[in-house]
Ligand binder design. Structure first.
Ligand SMILES: [Zn+2]
Length: 503
């Protein structure tokens, strides 16, 4: 296994460089002084260049081939075979793309990002339009190197979710869309829940103290991580023993910080639970974007927005804020936290409408890549679809087509993983409920150890050893992503909150 050991060492070096780059980026988002950004961009750029050179070199490619031969007789689920498979896939994808095209995409995305920020600030799509047109064109060229594929969008989907295709997503989203809209109609026919008390002022220091209590109970290990503040909350990892999260706190949105921290903590618990043997390899991460999001969403929606969760935590929260909540019951608070109301901004959407925001973006990306839509018509199409999906229409581009960062970075194919993550979370949760009959009881007593232990054993430990399809089988026991599982949970929950009859 001489070649395999050499490969492992080379992969470890690349992984260290990624960790160093992530640390620079973490600092940039948290503590870096405002005027240091130009130098920092250079430093990150230099590391990115070294990583690219190392991971796309001919020598590295040959080493992968030789090591794969050595590992050929080992069981396919062995560490060696899994690492070779992963590196072969990544190398195979990178080496298909000419360096000039990769550089052109990166350069255009950097310019597009600035244009997008300005366009959003001025709420004027026309500033971003030429750059978006270029990025779509470049991504079409990129996808051209992976032909034949069923759909030109497929190679881009595969970048975020291995094996994901239009042919697989279309039927899932079609079923989901109708059922989600039917659920929204039922909810709209009922009286709206009262959440007026959530719009009072809540001391941010106390909010953070509460958040700390929650994530500590969830099992977040502060000796291998930390939580800081940043403009956009995120999770980052510098190896399996240092996984950090950030949050943002608002005086007038008392549960926003909590849900955002719980979300990021869900991502972090996933990485912290990965088998340490995988450290310093590309297997030391989540199985895919959708699986990563399944973990953040599971904790955010199925735990922190649940009735059981508030049975335990509401008395603590109420005691911190007696002025605002003295006369508010746990029941009323739970309903308010779960108020459903179609809104324009994806990141603020509730559990019942979130996927509709994703499906709108998915349909648009599919059309954009397939040439079914003129770039100039994108804002209008967005607004029309927004009305069709959510029943509301943005008043300007900032609230509509310009709200997300993803397209400005040339990233098409990312959005669907958010919705797939929600669906996978529901399937993992359903299995956890089946195998842990006392799950609800343990959450009602503030004990999350049984749930975390279940997630670690059935998902976290594997890291990225297996394909998303295999990981789905291992973690849920199912062979396919099932929208009905997700919808069943939503129906039951909102029937109880809004008082309609569940199907
Ligand atoms: Zn997330």
């Amino acid at each position: 296994m001489k070649n395999f050991e050499a490969l492992r060492e080379a992969a470890a070096e690349i992984s260290d460089l990624y960790a160093a780059m992530a640390l620079l980026e973490w600092d940039q988002q948290t503590f870096m002084p405002h005027n240091s950004s130009a130098d920092r961009s250079e430093q990150i750029g230099t590391l990115a260049k070294i990583i690219h050179e190392k991971s796309s070199s001919k020598t590295f490619g040959k080493l992968i081939e030789k090591a794969s031969k050595e590992a050929a007789d080992l069981p396919p689920d062995s560490f060696e075979a899994c690492l070779c498979r992963r590196l072969r896939r990544e190398f195979g994808k990178t080496s298909r793309i000419p360096a000039t095209l990769a550089a052109k995409i990166a350069g255009t995305a950097a310019k597009a990002h600035h244009a997008w920020a300005e366009a959003r600030e001025k709420s004027d799509f026309s500033i971003f339009q030429p750059y978006l047109a270029q990025l779509i064109d470049l991504r079409r060229r990129y996808a051209g190197y992976f032909q034949p594929s069923g759909n030109i969008y497929d190679p881009l989907l595969d970048n975020f979710e291995e094996g994901c295709t239009v042919a697989k997503i279309d039927p899932i989203f079609r079923a989901l869309r109708e059922k989600q809209r039917a659920l929204l109609r039922k909810i709209a026919a009922c009286g709206q829940v009262d959440d007026a008390f959530l719009h009072a002022e809540y001391d941010t220091g106390k909010q953070l103290a509460f958040v700390n209590e929650v994530i500590t109970r969830m099992g977040y290990d502060f000796t291998r991580g930390r939580q800081d503040m940043s403009e956009h909350p995120f999770t980052t990892s510098f190896g399996l023993n240092d996984v950090r999260i950030t949050t943002k706190v608002f005086e007038k949105l008392p549960v926003s910080c909590l849900l955002s921290s719980v979300h990021e903590c869900g991502h972090a618990l996933y990485e912290l639970g990965i088998d340490k043997k995988l450290n310093r390899t590309p297997l030391a991460e989540g199985a895919s974007f959708a699986f990563h999001e399944s973990q953040s969403r599971l904790w955010e929606n199925l735990v922190a927005r649940s009735h059981d969760f508030w049975v335990f935590f509401y008395p603590h929260f109420q005691a911190l804020f007696p002025e605002q909540l003295a006369s508010v019951s746990a029941e009323a608070f739970y309903r308010a936290v779960n108020k459903v109301e179609p809104s324009l901004i994806r990141t603020e959407a509730d559990e019942a409408t979130y996927n509709l925001h994703i499906m709108l973006r998915y349909e648009m990306e599919k059309d954009m890549l397939n040439g079914g839509i003129e770039v100039a018509d994108i804002p209008e199409t967005w607004n029309r679809k927004s009305f069709e999906y959510l029943g509301i229409e943005p008043e300007n581009d900032a609230q509509g087509v310009l709200q997300d960062i993803h397209w400005s970075m040339g990233e098409f194919g990312y959005f669907p993983t958010y919705a797939l993550g929600n669906l996978i979370a529901a399937q993992i949760w359903t299995r956890a409920e089946r195998e842990l009959p006392a799950l609800g009881e343990s959450i009602r007593s503030g004990d999350f150890a049984p749930l975390l232990d279940f997630l670690r054993k059935n998902l976290h430990v594997y890291g990225a050893r297996f394909t998303p399809a295999e990981t789905l089988r291992l973690s849920t026991g199912c062979n396919r992503i099932d929208p009905d599982c997700f919808m069943g949970i939503l129906e039951k929950k909102y029937a109880a909150i809004y008082g309609f009859r569940a199907e």
